[in-house]
Design a protein around this ligand. Sequence first.
Ligand code: URA
Length: 230
Amino acid sequence: MRLDRFLSNLPQFNRKQVRLLLVERRVRVDGVAVGDPHVEVREFSQVLLDDQVLQVGRPARYFMLHKPMGCVSATVDPQHPTVLDLLDEPDKHDLHLAGRLDYNTSGLMVITNDGQWSRRLTQPQTKLGKVYYVETEQEINEQYIETFARGIYFSFEDLTTQPATLQLLGARSARLTIVEGRYHQVKRMFGHFQNKVLRLHREQMGPLTLDPELSPGQYRPLTAEEIQQI
Ligand code: URA
């Protein structure tokens, strides 16, 4: 929300007082004195008037996790272990997954309590590539490259997938970059050629690369630099 609205919503200030506070630069958002009424105040922002705390600001939390196979990317599941079970963190109910992986897909999962940030990472409009290592039952040939680049029609959703990049690695292995995350997207793209995906592993989401130091099931907080890249 805009800073001027945030301040006017508080019972102690009317609009005129808010204008004055901003002109006098008495309000600080995350330690910076602000005069611009348009500055965004988020649930994570600390807001001070002189030395008085108007909003403490919830800590924003960001993690990358190496999802193992055989684990559900959901916050709760009655039968199987979930990705959240792997996290030893307080207030886990506050966290959500930025994009999902299938039960038997391994690799990079991002977990946060910052919805605005995670939308930037996952929304197709931001065109951040999600990179998957894929192994298949049948051979993968050059024709896949062109077909994936053109897009594949998914009748269930009545849409054509956005251009995807395929790099052949071996006779039955490849690296695929897609910018969306439709339901079972990678498996369905290979399914177009009746080629079953046997192994699927997410290596990258936009600028975030799965840390090679993380074994399956391990996680770590994102660095300030990684957070800012999104
Ligand atoms: N596409 C799939 O088919 N499965 C995943 O887990 C991720 C992308």
